[in-house]
Design a protein. Structure first.
Ligand SMILES: [Fe+2]
Length: 311
């Protein structure tokens, strides 16, 4: 029997995420097609024995006791799901990254770097599953459910038509994810992920809420989205309580477990990060413009000097 976490009165702190920083990583990886550190990683794994593996990432407990979601999600489910499955992802990830360059990165950067634009390397599945489960526990709270309010509700109504239509879309995504995976509500920028693309000027209408589903460990961070809410639809998430009735599990998750406060806070964080990214882009654009103008001016002076010498 696993030890149940001590009760806490502090509110859950939604998982932080920084999708825009990953673009920098991609740019630094070059265009060779394979990451430079792959060979180094293999070398290091050969050198490092089990006794030298350090625990870089830790198993983070849910922000409530393991019996706090009963009767909707049982303590037994949490003991297996968090205490065994989530724990195994953390332990396996630490073994995989020991002695590699990934060991120096944040969990988010391990996840996106090892995804490698779909040509994944082994650490990805464990890194993503650690992140996904931290995010999943923090997506729920005892006495959750109901509905969103404020800006979140306004965006849901703008982008889905109504909260009821959003619920239908989210439940359908979760129910129709074939096999293991996840369904997500995410905040998406409409930015073109194409080299040399000229992106349109950003506007409020560009930034939309979307519902997406993903197979196995895949997380919308790898597409540059900002995750806001997720439901785990791997069988280990619901089989002890609902057996094969995934639809019942999804319905009760939305009705009784979702922490809309956490989702709202994540939306605010996402919007703030997008605004900061836009300010950075604008600063960079102005600097490039200034540099181009000064270069052109310099050329004019040089041409004038040549003309004067010729006379
Ligand atoms: Fe899970």
């Amino acid at each position: 029997m696993l030890v149940t976490q001590a009760s806490t009165t502090s509110p859950p702190i939604p998982h932080a995420f920084l999708p825009h920083q990953h673009q920098v990583l991609y740019r630094n990886l070059g265009s060779a097609g394979r990451l430079k550190w792959l060979n180094k990683e293999r070398r290091c794994i050969k050198k490092v024995g089990p006794s030298t593996i350090t625990a870089k990432f830790e198993l983070k407990p849910p922000p409530y006791p393991l019996n706090a979601l009963e009767p909707i999600m049982s303590q037994e489910t949490l003991e297996y799901h968090w205490g065994k499955h989530h724990r195994a992802y953390v332990e396996n990830l630490n073994k995989q990254i020991a002695g590699t360059d990934l060991e120096e990165m944040s969990l988010e950067n391990v996840l996106v770097t090892s995804y490698h634009k779909g040509d994944i390397i082994p650490a990805f599945n464990n890194a993503a599953q650690v992140w996904n489960h931290d995010f999943f526990w923090e997506s729920m709270k005892p006495g959750g459910g109901g509905g969103p309010s404020g800006d979140l509700l306004k965006l849901i109504e703008r982008d889905f038509g109504s909260f009821e239509k959003f619920l239908d879309e989210f439940k359908t995504a979760a129910a129709t994810q074939f096999g293991s995976g996840w369904a997500w509500l995410a905040y998406k920028e409409t930015r073109l992920d194409v080299g040399n693309a000229i992106n349109p000027a950003p506007s409020d209408e560009d930034k939309k809420l979307v519902v997406v589903k993903s197979p196995n460990a895949v997380n919308p961070l790898v597409w540059g989205y900002y995750p806001l809410l997720t439901i785990d639809v791997w069988e280990h998430a619901y089989y002890l309580d609902y057996q094969n009735r995934r639809a019942d599990y999804i319905s009760v998750f939305m009705d009784k477990l979702v922490s809309w406060e956490a989702v709202s806070l994540r939306l605010e964080q996402a919007k703030a990060q997008v605004e900061e990214k836009e300010r950075e882009d604008e600063r960079r654009r102005q600097e490039e413009e200034k540099f181009t103008t000064s270069e052109a001016t310099e050329e004019v002076y040089l041409d004038s000097d040549v003309d004067a010498d010729a006379e």
